[in-house]
Design a protein around this ligand. Structure first.
Ligand SMILES: [Zn+2]
Length: 158
């Protein structure tokens, strides 16, 4: 398996897995991730959502949160190598100057059950899925208790 697939905590691997009918497992070796480095707004929104998910018996955790510029740049380079061009790679991974993970404004969550729960309930805390092709990627994108904006088709769409 290419290094890129092992290191992207919840991106391409899970995206590809969506195409298959099998259950999705967290990638082996994914680094434990926390709210460290997230904006206070996102960290608080996530903690409140996590608490409610726990009360409802729904598993939910962050698979990838804040990334350093260097980490994102490595993912970007690996994505280009995997997909053959920046344009193709940008459907799944963005360069560091465009990634909201680098600025602490995005989280990837798992497992899929928890992510689906967050997609349905996250707007209570302002949390929204922002890309139609990434069920794991959330940002603070609305005012709490109001509807989320329409999702963009992928990260390639600004
Ligand atoms: Zn993400």
């Amino acid at each position: 398996m290419p290094l890129f697939h092992r290191r992207l905590a919840a991106g391409v691997v899970l995206g590809m897995a969506l195409l298959a009918p099998t259950a999705v497992a967290a990638p082996a070796g994914a680094a434990p991730s926390t709210t460290t480095g997230l904006t206070p707004q996102l960290a608080t929104a996530y903690r409140m959502a996590k608490a409610q998910a726990t009360r409802e018996g729904v598993p939910l955790w962050i698979t990838s949160g804040k990334r350093s510029w260097a980490e994102q740049n490595q993912l970007w380079r690996e994505g280009i190598a995997t997909y053959g061009s920046p344009g193709a790679a940008s459907r799944w991974v963005l360069p560091p100057n465009r990634s909201t993970h680098v600025t602490g404004r995005a989280i990837d969550v798992g497992p899929q059950r928890g992510a689906l729960w967050l997609a349905r309930n996250g707007n209570r805390w302002g949390l929204c899925r922002t890309y139609a092709n990434e069920w794991w990627h959330f940002e603070v994108a609305t005012i709490p208790h109001t509807a989320c904006p329409p999702m963009r088709p992928s990260a390639a769409h600004r």
